[in-house]
Design a protein around this ligand. Sequence first.
Ligand code: SAH
Length: 222
Amino acid sequence: MAWRSSGSSNEGLVNNLARNGLIESDRVKDAMLKVDRAHYAPTSAYEDSPQPIGHRATISAPHMHASACESLLPYLKPGARVLDIGSGSGYLTAVLANLVGPSGTVIGIEHIQPLATLGETNMRKSEAGRQMLDSGQVKFVKGDGRKGWVEGAPYDAIHVGAAAAEHHKELESQLKAPGRMFVPVEEGWMQHIYVVDKKEDGSLEKKKLFGVQYVPLTDPPE
Ligand code: SAH
């Protein structure tokens, strides 16, 4: 279970996630070790649970970030282009940037400007984060993530950090062939993680993984 992985330091948290099988690969482990969750979570940074970050948003639980990275991993090669929708705290945006390396690009998109700014502010707390922003490897933009970010498309990988009301066609069209999207989708009162693969011939395959609880992907608040 999730809580078993909590630690008293970033290293402790990441090691516990690995020991409990929630992080499977060394690449994801290394990327999560490089990003101190305390720069992104205002409270209980090393607990394996979501935490509020304001504007009704939360930084997702570390085991969900690990799961997203593990699922997208075959598409997070050095040099890959990634879109992180609902970037919130910026934590996962930073981890994804470590996975795709300096020749890759990660765009974090938020529909609430203070949260787009928060992601950048949090990343600037470390020298490595500052370098990624200053070099243009990572960029935070404001926009409706349901429409993706066409300026940066096509993407090897798209992560959606809030629950979508439907399978948004515009997001699928912004995936490379091959490419992969990790997206929570609402189904009645439930939400499930879907992994959407665009194959080399452009066809789509959608796999339903497990039930989750994310904040919804919505219109921006008034
Ligand atoms: N990955 C983030 C998750 C933040 S919670 C993290 O772990 O820190 C989900 C985020 O989705 C919120 O910040 C919310 O503002 C954002 N969001 C919701 N609807 C959106 C939309 N239509 N477009 C862009 N971002 C959206």
